[in-house]
Design a protein around this ligand. Structure first.
Ligand SMILES: Nc1ncnc2c1ncn2[C@@H]1O[C@H](COP(=O)(O)OP(=O)(O)OP(=O)(O)O)[C@@H](O)[C@H]1O
Ligand SMILES: [Mg+2]
Length: 463
């Protein structure tokens, strides 16, 4: 129900307003001092505030400023006396929605209040539609590989349910992005999404972050603090790096998962919460369960459904899309129009990306800064991508473009260097002929089939 708060030190005037607003069918509340009024603003969260301009202690303009600071969206209507037009103008400048001059009729008051309420509803509706629109697409998640499309399908299916979801993937594969998108596609989307990094804090700090604490619960606990579990009430709690939770916190969290209640550190009151858990990990938790560092019950509670995010190297087709996406972002931010050369795309596609999408994003941003003449070229890529570095290759590690410069045995090395030159020659040849295979073959005096075979050998074919 819509709540209207009236602040006026003249009780008769205030009661008169109450009576006049009755036909609107709104809930009215009355405060006879600015202080009491501001308390009600915080506890009752009225949809609209009517305040007298002239009051002892604190005048209407100060009330206006305080209300706006608390919630800028609440419309404030100023009630002004005869001859205070200047202050009324000041009130409008200070963000008041409107003013109404005493004496006024019931009709005048009701029209002003209704107009403010309608405007507020309109604003809220717009904000809601905008959020819904954003939530209904995966527009910020780039990729068309079948692996990612499958992930979208899973997200769409699981998001509207209240199932807890575990997202498993290597560092930088987009776990947090997917977690946010699950929240956005859920019926909790209007409620908070609260991320907690379980690896970033000590056990004590994480405990008080998650569960909150009472004043004096431990040294340094100066006041009562809400736990993130409460902050996320009605919404989604994102437990990032969930595999790093200590055994003690696992046990405490298990209780929350089972009973949906918890207590502040140092507190006795049971607090009820309704939270959906989305967790992320890059650890093999099954192994952790086997060696007893992770509790099986909590794993199964958090893992209502698992979403696996594959490493970037297994979805090569997404690389050019992502690279272009990050470059567009960079260009938009910096008002530039930098482009990617085709050759660069091929290097990007054949690199292993141990840091996954995050690494790709960093590489693109760095290259865009280095780029000369508006195009990113090979010289703007780090050596590990162009194969110019000499990282030692470990025993059993497979030969890749990235570690080509560091193979140990000579015969092996020779063969691989030939491959490197062959590959480089091929890229250069095709680049000169704008990737037209017939022209390139003609110029090099070899047939098209040879080029096609080499393209396949070096994974240079398009998807
Ligand atoms: N498919 C994608 N489309 C667009 N941006 C992406 C995609 N995947 C990841 N990113 C971007 O890459 C970066 C890393 O993603 P994110 O933080 O979600 O990864 P993460 O798996 O949580 O990584 P970590 O394990 O290191 O915390 C972010 O800037 C994110 O926006
Ligand atoms: Mg993350």
């Amino acid at each position: 129900m819509t709540k209207v708060l009236i602040i006026d030190d003249e009780i008769e005037m205030a009661q008169n307003c109450l009576r006049l607003l009755k036909p609107l069918g709104v809930k009215t509340m009355l405060a006879t001092s600015a202080k009491q009024g501001l308390e009600l603003v915080q506890t009752e969260k009225p949809d609209i505030v009517l305040t007298d301009l002239m009051m002892p202690e604190m005048n209407g303009l100060q009330v206006l400023a305080a209300v706006k600071e608390w919630d800028a969206e609440v419309p404030v209507i100023m009630i002004t006396g005869f001859g205070t037009v200047n202050s009324a103008v000041e009130a409008i400048k200070g963000g008041a929605y409107d003013f109404i001059t005493k004496p006024f009729s019931g009709e005048q008051l009701r029209v002003t209040v209704e107009r403010a309420l309608n405007q507020r509803k309109l604003k809220e509706e717009n904000a809601r539609l905008k959020r819904q629109l954003e939530a209904l697409s995966f527009s910020e998640i780039v990729g068309r590989s079948s692996a990612l499309l499958k992930t979208f399908e899973l997200v769409k299916k699981v998001a509207p349910m209240d199932t807890n979801v575990l997202i498993v993937g290597d560092s930088g594969t987009g776990k947090e992005l997917i977690a946010r998108s699950i929240h956005q596609h859920s019926r909790r989307s209007q409620q908070p999404f609260v991320p907690v990094d379980c690896a970033a804090l000590s056990e004590e700090l994480l405990e008080s972050e998650l569960f909150g604490h009472e004043r004096g619960a431990f040294t340094g606990a100066a006041g009562t603090k809400l736990g993130l579990l409460e902050v996320a009430d009605g919404g989604t709690l994102f437990l990032d790096e969930m595999g790093e939770l200590s055994t003690k916190l696992q046990v405490k969290l298990l209780r929350v998962l089972q009973e949906k209640t918890f207590r502040h550190v140092g507190g006795t009151k049971q607090i009820e919460v309704d939270v959906r858990f989305v967790s992320a990990t890059n650890r093999d938790l099954i192994a952790a369960i086997k060696d007893k560092t992770f509790r099986e019950e909590i794993y199964y509670r958090l893992n209502g459904l698992a979403i696996m995010l594959p490493p970037l190297r297994t979805r090569t087709g997404d690389i050019p899309l992502l690279a272009k996406h990050f470059l567009e972002q960079f260009n938009a931010r910096n008002g530039q129009t930098i482009k990617l050369s085709r050759e660069v795309l091929h290097f990007l596609e054949s690199y292993a990306w141990p840091g996954n999408v995050r690494e790709l994003k960093n590489v693109i941003e760095r290259a865009a800064i280095l780029a000369e003449e508006g195009t990113i070229g090979c010289q703007d890529l780090p050596p590990e991508i162009t194969g110019d570095s000499a990282e030692p290759v470990k025993e059993g590690q497979s030969f890749t473009w990235a570690n080509a410069g560091s193979v140990q045995r000579f015969s092996e090395a020779k063969e691989r260097w030939i491959e490197i030159f062959e590959r480089r020659y091929l890229i250069e040849l095709l680049r000169r002929h704008h990737w037209n295979i017939s022209k390139a073959a003609g110029a090099a005096g070899i047939n098209r089939k040879t080029i096609q075979r080499l393209l396949a050998k070096y994974h240079l074919g398009r998807e």
